[in-house]
Design a protein around this ligand. Structure first.
Ligand SMILES: *[C@@H]1O[C@H](CO)[C@@H](O)[C@H](O)[C@H]1NC(C)=O
Ligand SMILES: *[C@@H]1O[C@H](CO)[C@@H](O)[C@H](O)[C@H]1NC(C)=O
Ligand SMILES: *[C@@H]1O[C@H](CO)[C@@H](O)[C@H](O)[C@H]1NC(C)=O
Length: 303
């Protein structure tokens, strides 16, 4: 009886010495999604985030904080140390001079510094977000005009990656052979065009518009930075564009892409100072607006 008692006591001691959460895996990841200027601002609607990006991240177990444009560097720095990753969405603003660009640049530089110190901070760019990352890494506008507005394509996979490593083989086969990835861009990054970019990013897939080969997916060699020229969030959450695929595999690709990025964010242990601060920052403070037949998104968060 004594031995059993001692054993139990020892186990209890170990149990209570453990931290409240597992520091090796943050199971409550919070990801920032960058806002951008609306095309025609009206009072109360000067910037926006398409709700599909929020649902995309939520579907894989993350919560979302909107990262507003036009804040001070101090405010961004505080937010950086409270969130576990950031996503730069698609859209139509300038990647060289806009509120979106200014904010993206501040978080990009904080993310570089953090990762160099061993503070794992993932960054994701979708469409305009990929274009923004090419500008931030190279300091140059490197886009080429392509005929790639409003079509879905199969991916031409080039190299082994972290991003697709855990995708089911059947899904990889469908992504490579069926037009599942939605392209909505007039500008593309042509393969290996720039030295700085070539050193920083590995090209994971390419596509062509029939004439010009361009980069469709990439990941940084030494940083948890990822980007797609296509829109993984649309298959499950946007219904207005007839060329967006909603097949079972297309919707699965939405989930596996999100699951990958959210898993990256679980490796970061930043957090808000208090539950109250966290609550105040979360996107739950806002309600998305259903757009009906207007525009190209089902629901939008306006700020
Ligand atoms: C951001 O700041 C610029 C320059 O001051 C201003 O023109 C713009 O309306 C602001 N946008 C938002 C969404 O605050
Ligand atoms: C796929 O990408 C490779 C470069 O990695 C290129 O040589 C090839 O032509 C591409 N194929 C298609 C069908 O785009
Ligand atoms: C591409 O250009 C066309 C023609 O100017 C325009 O209608 C369309 O909105 C552009 N698409 C994107 C994604 O910017």
């Amino acid at each position: 009886t004594m031995i059993v008692f001692l054993l139990c006591a020892t186990l209890l001691m170990f149990a209570s010495a453990r931290p409240a959460f597992n520091v090796d895996a943050n199971d409550r990841p919070i990801i920032g999604v960058l806002a951008q200027e609306v095309w025609a601002p009206v009072p109360g609607r000067t910037s926006y985030i398409a709700a599909s990006y929020v649902k995309y991240l939520e579907s894989a177990g993350a919560r979302v904080v909107p990262v507003m444009i036009n804040q001070t560097e101090e405010e961004y720095k505080t937010l950086f140390y409270a969130i576990n990753g950031i996503l730069y969405p698609g859209g139509g603003v300038s990647i060289i001079s806009s509120g979106y660009e200014r904010t993206a640049k501040i978080f990009y530089e904080l993310a570089i510094e953090a990762n160099v110190r061993g503070d794992y901070f993932p960054v994701w760019g979708t469409c305009l977000g990929l274009e923004e990352l090419t500008f931030l890494t190279s300091g140059q506008w490197l886009m080429t005009s392509t005929n790639t507005d409003k079509l879905s394509l199969p991916l031409n996979f080039t190299k082994a990656s972290r991003m697709f490593k855990d995708f089911p083989p059947d899904l990889m086969k469908d992504l490579a052979s069926e037009p599942l990835t939605a392209n909505i861009h007039n500008w593309s990054l042509t393969y290996n065009k720039n030295e700085a970019l070539r050193k920083f990013y590995k090209v994971l897939s390419t596509n062509t518009d029939g004439r010009i080969e361009f980069v469709s997916t990439m990941e940084a060699y030494d940083y948890p930075f990822y980007a797609t020229q296509w829109h993984p969030e649309k298959n499950a959450f946007e219904w207005k564009k007839p060329f967006v695929s909603h097949t079972a595999s297309a919707v699965k690709s939405t989930f596996y892409m999100s699951e990958f990025f959210v898993s990256e964010a679980r490796k970061n242990t930043h957090g808000f100072q208090s539950q109250e601060e966290e609550n105040k920052a979360l996107i739950y403070q806002y309600s998305p607006v259903y757009m009906g037949s207007a525009g190209s998104f089902e629901q939008i968060y306006f700020f």
